[in-house]
Design a protein around this ligand. Structure first.
Ligand code: HEM
Length: 138
């Protein structure tokens, strides 16, 4: 929903026809990640958080591309996804996080990426975790 990079750009080395448009070489073409991800025909109710829309199918690289695509796709994609899984599992296993006020956060441009404006304040509620059994070595 909120890709940190909203467009990926490619300068055409040869003319390309995309639908009815003949685009000459030298033109910069920039697929807009955030606009494609919000297309109602591809993602019904695009503004709703529904991770289950990806269950049972692989995301289509032409309609879901937060890491760009092709040979210049993000080199850190695998690392970023691995890191996100570990951080989310570690944090959410121990705490409930909530926004102080519900609603969309304002976004600001930081160098080449988009991020929450002024950082994100969260309400942190510790989860009560069942104590882990420790088996003492004999
Ligand atoms: C959620 C995390 C990240 C997102 C959403 C993201 C997204 C992107 C996107 C959209 C591009 C442009 C790809 C294209 O033009 O097709 C890119 C390029 C790149 N990213 Fe990431 N990125 C993430 C994390 C990382 C990390 C962790 C690293 C390094 C450890 C990294 C390194 C790079 C590099 C070096 C490029 C340039 C690749 C090239 O031009 O060949 N990114 N990233």
């Amino acid at each position: 929903m909120r890709p940190v990079i909203t467009t990926v750009a490619r300068k055409l080395t040869r003319p390309v026809k995309i639908r009815e448009w003949e685009i000459p070489a030298g033109i910069l073409v920039a697929p807009a990640i955030d606009m494609i991800h919000r297309r109602e025909d591809l993602y019904p109710e695009p503004d709703s958080f529904k991770p289950e829309r990806f269950l049972g199918k692989k995301p289509d690289p032409y309609t879901f591309f937060p890491f760009g695509g092709g040979t210049r796709r993000c080199i850190g994609m695998a690392f970023a996804q691995y890191e996100m899984k570990i951080v989310l599992a570690t944090v959410l296993g121990r705490a409930k996080l909530a926004l102080p006020r519900p609603g969309a956060l304002a976004v600001e441009l930081r160098a080449v990426i988009f991020a929450p404006e002024g950082g994100t304040r969260v309400v942190f509620q510790r989860r009560l975790v069942a104590p882990t059994a420790h088996v003492a070595a004999a």
